[in-house]
Design a protein around this ligand. Structure first.
Ligand code: HEM
Length: 527
């Protein structure tokens, strides 16, 4: 094993040689260039050949020194065929995205390499980790050292804008969160009037004659309507009144989110490739939001509500650009996540009448009455089914943070990955809930199965993170859980059975959040 001192010596000597050669070659005064007997040995081609030696030994020395100073061990590395740029990783990621099995590919890599490993993305090292202890450090105990950055930030800035809560850190993030938070106080979330309005419209759209419907499409419209109603006091009414303008916005928003998330997964270099369609989609979304704000702010009813996020934003004197960014963030937070979870749940229920029966038995106590907030909280099985859906198909399935300084993660070092791991400043760390939530050592041998009953006894903390954790934990969690439970209860009060109308397997599109590639084609029979 070559020692730290040897790497330091070779690095220093090659640096001295390269610098001396440069000085000798580029000094304007020929007399000053003469370095006595050394001059004949200063050969430019040797200096060029020493550049990679300097870079290699410098890197080796940096890692050996850091591991000594921070008392860490080197982590496992993806077996690259291209160990300089990691183009092989990018090709395999591209193939995974195209075949809709990227997350499964990562599951296999975690199983074969270890729960944390390094890989290259166009010359930059990225750490993939699956360790609850690391996520606790990233999201909570060392929150300040792990801001949103790198390609994760670039993605949100392109699609949602530079001021969106998902794009910012520090003071700007604190102010943004403080402005949103009062919307989610208990009495506002527990007020089911808003939910009821949109859920009933959604149920009305489901055919009663047993014909097939793509529930996912309806769910995205419903969650958009209810999130905008709840947060801004002015519903987009996409379910009731789908217009050309709203469908243009939906398509543009989905396209922008998908393209920028794919680019983030492929690496920083993909952002250098211009994409006119992406730019056009972003502009379409901006125009839609600007028109929406103009209409909403002219609505007198807005002023009657006790706390309205949009009202507060307008009152605060924020610029139009700032308001637009916050609104787009709330739309992605409130629309895509809940719609994605409910689509995966109904897809599954259509194939699991046993679970539907248990839900129906539980909600029978309502005797057809609409549930209250307290009823929803008391339905243990409905909530376990939602929890299980969020375990297997968490909509924010991958995420990342960037090290703000040289730092250490508790796990990932050494061949067994159990020792602390050094992470240099600027490094991106990414995780996949698809893999973490399927770890057999945490969730049992049946971790791949949909079994809500596991939550009767299972207690988790940093092993289960559909809503993330720490200071940036999802602010809409209670709103989402209430809404989703309300949908499930009202659907099964209205319909007796749900059946699949699509033979294809469940595949997910990986955008900023996940959605079902082929939709959720099912049919219902009324009670
Ligand atoms: C099933 C439903 C939901 C899931 C799984 C979910 C998941 C998440 C996750 C994982 C984060 C952390 C993102 C990060 O730090 O990078 C987050 C943040 C956030 N979510 Fe949700 N979310 C859901 C519903 C909602 C709803 C309904 C709203 C609002 C109407 C909402 C608003 C937000 C906001 C504003 C943040 C940013 C918090 C911050 O950065 O301080 N979410 N959500």
């Amino acid at each position: 094993m070559i020692s730290e001192a040897s790497y330091l010596a070779v690095k220093t000597l090659s640096a001295i040689y390269i610098l001396t050669c440069a000085v000798h070659r580029f000094l304007p005064d020929p007399a000053a260039r003469q370095l006595g007997p050394l001059t004949p040995y200063l050969l430019p081609w040797v200096a060029f050949a020493l550049v990679p030696v300097f870079l290699y030994t410098g890197n080796k020395h940096f890692w050996l020194r850091s591991n000594r100073v921070y008392k860490t061990k080197p982590g496992n590395v993806y077996p690259h065929r291209d160990p300089i740029l990691g183009v092989d990783w990018m090709i395999s990621a591209s193939k995974g995205l195209k075949a809709y099995n990227l997350l499964e590919t990562w599951d296999d890599l975690f199983a074969s390499i270890g729960n944390s490993f390094w890989h290259l993305a166009f010359g930059k090292w990225i750490l993939l980790t699956n360790e609850p202890e690391n996520l606790k450090v990233l999201l909570s105990t060392q929150f300040e050292s792990w801001p949103i950055g790198g390609v994760r930030q670039t993605t949100t800035v392109i699609t949602l804008g530079p001021h969106a809560i998902f794009s910012v850190n520090g003071k700007e993030w604190q102010q943004g969160r403080a402005l949103i938070k009062p919307s989610f106080v208990r009495n506002q979330v527990a007020d089911l009037e808003c939910q009821d309005r949109h859920v009933e419209r959604f149920i009305q759209k489901i055919p009663r004659d047993g014909s097939s419907v793509d529930l996912q499409k309806l769910l995205y419209l419903m969650t958009m309507d209810s999130a905008t109603d709840f947060m801004f006091g002015y519903s987009t009414e996409m379910l009731l009144n789908p217009t050309k303008e709203t469908s243009e916005f939906t398509q543009a928003f989905d396209h922008a989110l998908y393209v920028s998330a794919s680019r983030a997964r492929l690496g920083w270099i993909s952002y250098l490739i211009p994409d006119k369609k992406l730019d056009h989609s972003v502009r379409t979304c901006q125009r839609f939001i600007d028109r929406y704000v103009a209409k909403a702010s002219a609505d007198e009813k807005l002023k009657e509500r006790p706390y309205l996020f949009l009202h507060e934003l307008l009152q605060s004197g924020a610029s139009m650009e700032h308001i637009r960014d916050q609104l787009l963030a709330i739309i992605i937070g409130g629309r895509d996540t809940s719609a994605s979870t409910l689509s995966a749940l109904f897809w599954t229920l259509a194939r699991r009448p046993d679970i539907v029966k248990k839900i129906q038995d539980e909600i029978a106590s309502l005797d057809g009455q609409k549930p209250t907030w307290e009823d929803l909280k008391s339905f243990k099985y409905v909530n376990m089914a939602l929890k299980e859906t969020l375990r297997l198909w968490a909509p924010v399935v991958t995420n990342m943070r960037c090290a703000a300084k040289d730092t250490v993660l508790p796990k990932g070092g050494g061949a067994d990955g159990q020792s602390p791991l050094f992470v240099p400043k600027g490094t991106a760390v990414r995780w996949s809930l698809h893999s973490l939530h399927r770890r057999k050592d945490i969730f049992g041998e049946d971790a791949h199965e949909f079994r809500p009953e596991r939550w009767e006894t299972l207690r988790t903390s940093w092993e289960y993170l559909p809503f993330s954790g720490g200071p940036r934990t999802c602010i809409g969690q209670q709103f989402a859980l209430t809404q989703m439970a309300y949908v499930v209860v009202r659907v099964f009060q209205t319909f007796e059975t749900v059946e699949p109308k699509d033979e294809r397997p469940m595949l997910h599109t990986l955008s900023t959040t996940t959605s079902l590639l082929n939709g959720c084609h099912v049919s219902f029979k009324a009670s």
